[in-house]
Design a protein around this ligand. Structure first.
Ligand code: SF4
Ligand code: SF4
Ligand code: SF4
Length: 251
């Protein structure tokens, strides 16, 4: 698309999926109202879910999914060699995601449970940053479309993007949602990174912590909330395992 006779620079973007459900890619493909402007800002050269084009001259690589097979590590290293910017896209890529629950069991037991007598090659689940250097992580299961758009705008303009440094509770309070603890539930919004605009509590669910820990979580405040509502920190920690974002910060 030309503007005033000039072809604007559009970064070439590729999207690759690894061990995951591809729900984050779907969020991107399913951008509805804003898909047109989004595609005007970038050039998609490799994105299996929406296009048969498979060019290797990409500058930005969005990596969706965790790593759980040897061939995936080789593929990741090839992508790293080509891309100027590698983005871990979604909580599977950032933390291992729900796949990482497998690491709590023996690989054989997990394989048998899922595939019965037809086992598949499988290894411990690892986030992308354990294999290659990652320039940016976009958390969420799935990622938040509006946030992805803002981040892509920043990448296109070459301006750093700053993630919120406060927990989901802040956005939840700004929406005026009644706290899930008032319903005797355990909500992870107290220690989870904001940026999603707290859709789960506002829809009547507790926050599942899909965006991982906020930087420097206020553990003491979380402890006080737990005590106030007759819960324990172990209750909170047990739920944090779901998306593989680690548990060391609340110990
Ligand atoms: S982060 Fe969630 S939605 Fe995205 S690929 Fe992983 S499991 Fe699917
Ligand atoms: S604990 Fe959950 S429901 Fe309560 S304010 Fe925080 S995010 Fe909202
Ligand atoms: S409220 Fe919690 S579970 Fe829901 S999208 Fe936000 S971080 Fe994820």
């Amino acid at each position: 698309m030309r503007y005033l006779g000039i072809e604007p620079q559009r970064p070439r973007l590729a999207v690759f999926d690894f061990t995951c459900c591809e729900g984050c890619e779907l969020q991107l493909a399913n951008k509805e109202d804003t898909l047109g402007p989004f595609l005007a800002a970038i050039e998609v050269v490799n994105f299996r879910e929406i296009s048969s084009e498979k060019r290797e001259d990409y500058e930005i690589a969005l990596i969706e999914g965790a790593v759980s097979r040897a061939d995936e590590t080789d593929r990741l290293r090839r992508i790293r060699k080509q891309a100027k910017i590698v983005v871990a896209f979604g909580s599977c890529a950032c933390y291992g995601g729900v796949n990482r629950m497998k690491n709590a069991y023996s690989l054989d037991a997990a394989n048998r449970e899922v595939y019965g007598d037809k086992p598949k090659e499988t290894d411990l689940v690892r986030p992308v940053k354990e294999i290659i250097k990652v320039d940016l992580e976009i958390p969420g299961c799935p990622v938040n479309k509006e946030e992805v758009e803002r981040i892509v705008q920043h990448l296109v303009m070459g301006v750093p993007y700053n993630f919120p440094v406060y927990p989901v509770c802040v956005e939840c309070k700004m929406r005026g949602t009644v706290c899930r603890y008032e319903y005797n539930e355990i909500c992870l919004g107290v220690v989870t990174r904001a940026g999603c605009n707290a859709p789960c509590p506002s829809a009547g669910f507790w926050c599942f912590g899909c965006r991982g820990y906020v930087d420097d979580p206020n553990v003491q405040a979380a402890r006080e909330v737990m005590e106030h509502y007759g819960k324990t920190m172990d209750d909170l920690k047990s739920r944090l395992l779901l998306f593989g974002s680690g548990q060391e910060k609340t110990s």
